[in-house]
Design a protein around this ligand. Structure first.
Ligand code: ZN
Ligand code: FE
Ligand code: FE
Ligand code: FE
Length: 173
């Protein structure tokens, strides 16, 4: 018999993916914060690291709630998204431009999580796991807020500074 047979099995499998994705992030976010230069961006990433640690614990509560062991399953997508972010850091670009790239990488992560939590919240709803719905909805809201915050930092600070890189040297010529 296949490991994933019922809708409940699929729900648990999706939770395992998110659990691993969040764990990967608790290791990757400190590196991203370190690579970022703009104080507001650094702070936003550091704050989201704290939020992420809480999200790991919240998923453990969900597992407990539904009577499944809290176990992860390698999220290949998150692995790839994190790798792309690391590659960008290795490019050796100007810090203002790199910060804009870090925001792009971070927002890809948030959007992946928004998709994942939206999916499991809807599944929990159908399965009648009321407490799980509440917990997953809380995390979904945090991911959306993180995404919106990154948009604000990009539009009001980081992109405005990044566009100046190279512009002034052209004027000097
Ligand atoms: Zn996540
Ligand atoms: Fe998260
Ligand atoms: Fe995944
Ligand atoms: Fe997040």
């Amino acid at each position: 018999m296949p490991k994933i047979r019922t809708f409940e099995d699929l729900f648990v499998d999706e939770l395992k993916d998110l659990y691993n994705a969040e764990q990967q992030l608790t290791r990757a976010l400190p590196r991203m914060a370190k690579a970022a230069t703009t104080p507001q961006l650094k702070k936003a990433i550091e704050e989201h690291l704290e939020v992420t640690r809480e999200q790991v614990r919240r998923l453990e509560q969900v597992f407990e709630e539904i009577g499944a062991p809290a176990k992860g399953k390698t999220c290949q997508a998150m692995k790839g998204l994190i790798e792309e972010g690391q590659e960008l850091v290795k490019e050796g670009m100007e810090s203002e431009v790199l910060d804009a790239g870090i925001i792009g990488a971070a927002q890809r992560v948030e959007h992946y999580e928004i998709a994942g939590y939206g999916t499991v919240r809807a599944m929990a709803e159908t399965l009648g796991h009321k407490r799980a719905v509440k917990l997953l909805d809380q995390t979904l809201k945090e991911e959306k807020a993180a995404d919106e915050k990154l948009t604000r930092i990009a539009e009001s600070i980081v992109n405005v500074r990044a566009v100046e890189v190279g512009a002034s040297s052209e004027e000097e010529e």
